[in-house]
Ligand binder design. Structure first.
Ligand SMILES: Cc1cc2nc3c(=O)[nH]c(=O)nc-3n(C[C@H](O)[C@H](O)[C@H](O)COP(=O)(O)OP(=O)(O)OC[C@H]3O[C@@H](n4cnc5c(N)ncnc54)[C@H](O)[C@@H]3O)c2cc1C
Length: 424
């Protein structure tokens, strides 16, 4: 069959490879100049490797994407980085039972209760019953108010904003259940890996169109898609179409969908993400921490990630690279701020963490993703749209359907496999 895939993120790339194995002919359409979607990378002069616009790594149990790397002979690097929390003006390593037990800000009884809760979530594979609970209602009762208020509530509120009290316990469970202390990373970056997969697709006679934006899908007996390339409009027909865009973008290109289906998709909410990448001449988190969660209330920053405390700085012209990450509503004033305005906003906190950091800045950029984090409320399993849409030849496979897992490239690959199975 002749299959069109809209979006060359990891869902689209993995669906294309899976369909090619079954003998189908695939054509990918991507509006951006490069593959990788939310995990796309960029390079500045002097860097040998690309860097993701938004921090990315894999857990060592992300088997779908790690298998894909292995199958396509792509090198993966494994490391055990340091993870810490920042509170009351200090960083504390908090990434092992030993680190928890020596953490000075909680009494032993609170630490034991918190550890028991985390252990329960880590080893309990049954997520379905957890759907009925909200994270902010249940966690303080399970781990105790002190540990929750000190460590987890500020992180949740900084990330989820006005949605915090709607978030399901399943969302928190998946973050604990799937976490591994060691991490994996594709050698030369996610962009290089995505380009490698694109090459594999092309070698099997697949077509990959970049800078090609789908504007419309029609499914009246014959399935056609319309797209803009170099400001010219084209229309092409296919036997099947797989859409990997978030639901609100799918709605824009298929206005003919039935109203009741549209209403279901409109109910799915999401947050945007901003990441400032600071290129520094000196290490920022000088204790070697890779991931620093900010546990201060109303912090303008959710996390600081020092990429070069995970991957060697020699790949980036010996620059030290940090992300200053945040999740925001994409129509908020802050989301619209310039990089200069955001640096001013972040600077007081960054100065506290590393006094004098401003003198070490070699350059900086801000990257924004309008749809980056699906909001997962209670009983989300009942809200997820199925892969089959009301349009008989159009399938939807997107970031909002990887539940119970939180979004990630690993689940994008799994989803690509799943959707390809619906095409015989
Ligand atoms: C801040 C942040 C941190 C993250 N951290 C991690 C991490 O550490 N590890 C991890 O594995 N994952 C992480 N993720 C999640 C991961 O990036 C996503 O889950 C994954 O990339 C989703 O892949 P996808 O193919 O489903 O969607 P997308 O990547 O969104 O791909 C959709 C593609 O469709 C294209 N497109 C949109 N509209 C059109 C159109 N009209 N026509 C043609 N093309 C179009 C887009 O340009 C895009 O390339 C993170 C995401 C963010 C935002």
């Amino acid at each position: 069959m002749k299959v069109a895939i809209i979006g060359a993120g990891f869902t689209g790339l993995s669906a294309a490879l899976a369909l090619q194995k079954k003998g189908h002919t695939v054509t990918l359409f991507e509006k951006d100049p490069h593959p990788g979607g939310l995990a796309v990378g960029y390079k500045v002069k002097g860097w040998d490797w690309s860097l993701e616009k938004h921090y990315h790594h894999w857990f060592t149990n992300d088997s779908f994407i790690l298998d894909l790397a292995k199958e396509t002979s792509y090198e993966v690097i494994r490391k055990r980085p340091k993870t810490s929390v920042y509170l009351d003006g200090k960083s504390y390593q908090l990434d092992s039972p030993y680190a928890i037990m020596t953490f000075p800000k909680l009494a032993l009884i609170d630490k034991l209760r918190m550890s028991a809760t985390l252990a329960f979530l880590r080893f309990n594979p049954f997520w379905k019953p957890l759907e009925k609970f909200k994270a902010t209602s249940v966690l303080p009762k399970m781990m105790g108010q002190k540990a929750f208020s000190l460590l987890w509530e500020p992180q949740l509120r900084n990330k989820m904003g006005k949605y915090t009290d709607e978030i399901s316990l399943v969302w928190f469970w998946t973050r604990v259940y799937k976490r591994t202390p060691s991490l994996a990373y594709p050698s030369r970056g996610f962009l290089d890996f995505a380009q490698h997969l694109t090459t594999c697709i092309k070698k099997q006679n697949g077509v990959v169109n970049f800078e090609t934006e789908i504007t419309e899908i029609n499914d009246n007996g014959k399935t056609t898609i319309s797209y803009l390339k170099n400001n010219e409009k084209y229309t092409e027909s296919f036997d099947k179409v797989i859409v990997t865009l978030p639901s609100f973008l799918f709605l824009k290109i298929t206005p003919q969908l039935p109203e009741d289906y549209k209403e279901k998709l409109i109910k799915l909410k999401g947050l945007g993400a901003t990441n400032m990448v600071l290129r520094l001449s000196q290490q920022f988190l000088s204790d070697g921490t890779y991931w620093l969660s900010i546990c201060e209330e109303n912090s303008p920053v959710m996390v600081v990630v020092e990429h070069t405390n995970l991957m060697d700085k020699k790949n980036y012209n010996n620059e030290h690279l940090i992300y200053v990450g945040n999740y925001l509503e994409s129509d908020s004033d802050e989301f619209a701020m310039t990089k200069e305005e955001l640096l001013e906003r972040y600077s007081p906190l960054l100065e506290k963490i590393h006094p004098g950091f401003k003198d070490t800045i070699l350059g900086y950029d801000i990257f924004k993703a309008p749809f980056a984090q699906p909001i997962v409320p209670m009983n989300y399993s009942k809200m997820i749209p199925p892969l089959k849409t009301p349009l008989p030849n159009v399938l939807l496979a997107n970031i909002e359907q990887v539940y119970p897992w939180d979004r990630g490239t690993n689940y994008a690959v799994e989803l690509g496999h799943k959707v390809s199975q619906l095409i015989p």
